[in-house]
Design a protein around this ligand. Structure first.
Ligand SMILES: [Cu+2]
Length: 497
């Protein structure tokens, strides 16, 4: 049995045996199959079952949600770089599903996006997929269904799990790893409008973008339109448990703990701090940071991941949590407990700290010039679609039908492209490109290089650019990862010509 498989079975714990493998298949045959070329008859390396499950996020607080293998988060999947995996995806729900391998360079029929042409996992049906996990590092998997106005569907559900692709050589300057997923539950629509958050540095705005966005909003409100719907939540969790109701993270003084943190939210930007400690950020979205830097607070847009080492050198019992008092009080936190300390968990607000991607960039390095630049402007039509905001890219809202759409941008294999994005709205957008990794090359007019990502936060009325090499032919989806934005127009497609 390979170590990745053994670890997976261990992680999956209670459901191992019955749920992971088809009936009548022993572990010995299953692991043997890893070395064979997969066929329709051979057992898979992994089985994931999509089903509706009650999940207890605090004592007697039980939420019915769609999950992977009956648990939240879904099982941690540890793959090995360059070692092919076969996975059986079972869908026990009444809705066709898409399972997206976020951050991986996989083919369209595996990627898990209907817009690219990935086949659905049929309702009460099954799909077998087979792919070479890459690149190494911290990735994740989640549903890619659109939810629209259904707050139990898409990423509002519990369909989120970590993926770790072990590199051939792991530097490993830490004592152990802890995986955390930040996730809200019990969503409701609100009309309040989003509170602007002090997230990004620089905090400056592009005047021309602000003028356009503000005058569009004024015109809409003058016509008697209300603000479009936003989504709020009643409960907040880390690893599926509200603060104080999960297992504490038990640490020893002097230990170096590597935290892999995922923002598994459908719509929210999250922060994370641990009183008396700092985070040494070593990877962003699973890709090594060229310049690891130490920060007091982590900020993550929807679907972003941060890997950071914390030196446990401040004994006590602490609340590691969101810096937003209200969200933390409603559950967004987890207790960190030093050995032989048993005091009441303490929260101390960290110094105000904004997130600056360039802190982790190669200093004085420049990225190669692109072969071509695509200009994109993002705009909001306030309450334009049944009181939901409609989002456009260069004036076009992605249709809400399920029919396949033609690509708006065209790529040639091997060429380097720059995407220059201008945000004509006051909202922050976590922008995601499928099946490729991109390099941040310019933030608010300041060139930068070396930071490789698959999601990047673009601030309200701000601009940024990223570059990517067209190295994974096929339809490629580009979208805002905020569920409410992507469902209401904020998507477009690249194809290879
Ligand atoms: Cu957005």
């Amino acid at each position: 049995m390979s170590s990745s498989r053994r670890r997976f079975l261990k992680t999956a714990g209670i459901v191992a045996g019955s749920a992971l493998l088809p009936p009548g298949i022993s572990y010995a045959t299953a692991s043997h199959a890893q070395n064979d070329s997969p066929s329709a008859e051979s057992p898979s390396d992994y089985t994931i079952r999509i089903a509706s499950t009650p999940i207890e996020i605090a004592p007697k607080r039980i939420i019915s949600m769609t999950t992977y293998n009956g648990q939240f988060p879904g099982p941690l999947l540890r793959f090995k770089e360059g070692k092919q995996v076969t996975i059986d995806l079972y869908n026990d729900t009444d809705t066709p599903e898409q399972l997206h391998w976020h951050g991986q360079l996989v083919p369209v029929d595996v990627d898990g996006a209907a817009e690219e042409g990935t086949p659905y996992i049929p309702a009460h049906g099954k799909r077998r997929i087979c792919f070479m996990p890459r690149p190494s590092g911290y990735r994740f998997y989640h549903t890619h269904n659109r939810a629209g106005a259904d707050l139990s569907a898409g990423q509002y559900s519990g369909q989120v799990g970590h993926v770790y692709i072990e590199p051939k050589h792991e530097p490993g300057n830490y004592d152990r790893e802890v995986f955390l997923v930040l996730k809200e539950f019990e969503p409701t629509f609100s009309r309040g409008g989003d509170m602007p958050q002090d997230v990004l540095s620089p905090a400056t705005k592009v005047e021309a973008l602000e003028e356009k966005g503000e005058s569009a909003m004024k015109a809409s409100l003058a016509k008697g339109m209300p603000h479009g719907y936003e989504v709020g939540y009643s409960s907040f969790t880390i690893n599926g448990r509200m603060l104080g109701h999960g297992e504490p993270i038990k640490v020893k003084q002097g230990e170096r703990v590597l935290f892999h943190v995922l923002n598994g939210s459908a719509t929210e930007i999250r922060s994370l701090a641990l009183p008396g400690h700092t985070f040494r950020v070593i990877a962003l979205d699973g890709n090594p940071a060229p310049n690891p830097a130490t920060v007091p607070v982590l900020w993550l847009g929807t679907a972003e991941r941060v890997s950071a080492i914390v030196a446990m050198n401040h004994p006590g019992v602490w609340i590691m949590g969101d810096t937003d008092d209200d969200d933390r009080r409603h559950g967004m936190g987890i207790i960190v407990e030093y050995a032989s300390h048993a005091t009441k968990p303490l929260w101390i607000a960290p110094p105000e700290s904004r997130w600056d991607y360039t802190k982790f960039a190669q200093s004085a390095a420049t990225s190669p010039l692109p072969d071509e630049t695509f200009e994109m402007t993002f705009a909001k039509d306030n309450a334009a679609r049944d009181c939901f905001n409609r989002w456009t890219i260069n004036g076009v809202a992605y249709p809400m039908t399920s029919a396949l759409q033609p690509a708006a941008f065209h790529l040639r294999e091997g060429r380097r492209y720059r995407v220059h994005m201008r945000n004509e709205s006051d909202d922050l957008h976590p922008i995601h490109l499928h099946r490729h990794v991109f390099e941040l090359t310019n933030i608010m007019g300041k060139p930068t290089a070396g930071v490789m990502k698959d999601v990047v936060m673009l601030g309200g009325y701000q601009e940024l650019a990223f570059d990517f090499v067209a190295n994974d032919p096929g339809m490629t989806l580009f979208h805002c990862h905020q569920q409410l934005h992507m469902d209401f127009g904020f998507m477009t497609l690249f194809d290879y010509v």
